[in-house]
Design a binder for this molecule. Sequence first.
Ligand code: KIV
Ligand code: ZN
Length: 391
Amino acid sequence: MQDNKVQIFDTTLRDGEQVPGCKLNTKQKLVIAERLDVLGVDVIEAGFPVSSPGDFESVNEISKMVKNATICGLTRAVKKDIEIAAKALKYAVKPRIHTGIGTSPTHIKYKFNASQDEVIQRAKEAVSYAKNFVDDIEFYAEDAGRTDNVFLAKICEEVIKSGATVLNIPDTTGYCLPEEYGAKIKYLKEHVKDIEKVTISCHCHNDLGLATANSIAGVINGARQIECTINGVGERAGNTALEEVVMILKQHPYLNLHTDINTKKLYDISQLVKNEMGIYIQPNKAIVGENAFAHSSGIHQDGVIKNRETYEIMNPKDVGVDKSKIVLTARSGRAALAYRAKNIGYNLTKIQLDEAYKTFLKFADKQKKVIDEDVHFIMEQVNKISKIATI
Ligand code: KIV
Ligand code: ZN
């Protein structure tokens, strides 16, 4: 029977950090790695050790510090990369080398000017060589999203024979549709000998906004690891957002798939990564955006005040957000104004509320948002006409 746990492989410190201008130093990486470990991720991809002395140092220091998660270092299918990664991972309790090569026709022709057989040979050699240093070897077939399934199955079978423990099937260019990506994983499950001995991993980029949907299609079809980043940061349009896939699996229990993530820590780690990388989060970002639990239209506010579940499919507390927000704008109704007034200490009668609402609309038409100070001012105006009961 297949295990229903989906491993979370966080690559914020490697693929995520490839965002221009978001470079992190070792100290910042250590802070984030520590919090990722507490969050409950299974694997932390700490860097690409051969790429720079700074990245080597980060992987090395993270390996010394982290006690629970597997620590992974990226390499190309190149002996020197593998040796340096092994050295950087020397102190890790659970080290993993992540090695691989491009497998799509475009990569084979333009990057390597090689044949498919030569690429298979290089992949096998890299995995066998890495096996001399650590047991846990993840192989990535770069641009698997645009790789023919028959060839992909062939290279996967060969690297399993060479000792790979995890097969990463990246949609490097974010091109696949969810059905297509799911079918690719299913094809590998059905056609690769000994596939049940390894974990299939999804690594999806977000060029068409489909990274999350593709990763979910992957696990529905048998993958058991998702590679993702906090806030979905990463090359170009980014990677799969960790918080999104984790909450999708939690909110859809009938899928019978789970992760070990402590979801109550999601908002805080999102803020940490935002601040350390200096990268803005769009307000409407799912799960961790400032408006993810904010309600501003009158109809929605009225519903949420009566019962949160009318317009929320998850409890903000489950992701570490204290409570839903009722934002007062010109689209808000009387229910929202009464609710906010009550929150700051005023109990309005129906007549007082009608009066207050008239003043409120004048404010709201001039301002984008009406804040608590404005509500106090409105209450003072109404108080002049009729005394408001305070709570
Ligand atoms: O997107 C990709 O293919 C990658 C690999 C290096 C794993 O990041
Ligand atoms: Zn990537």
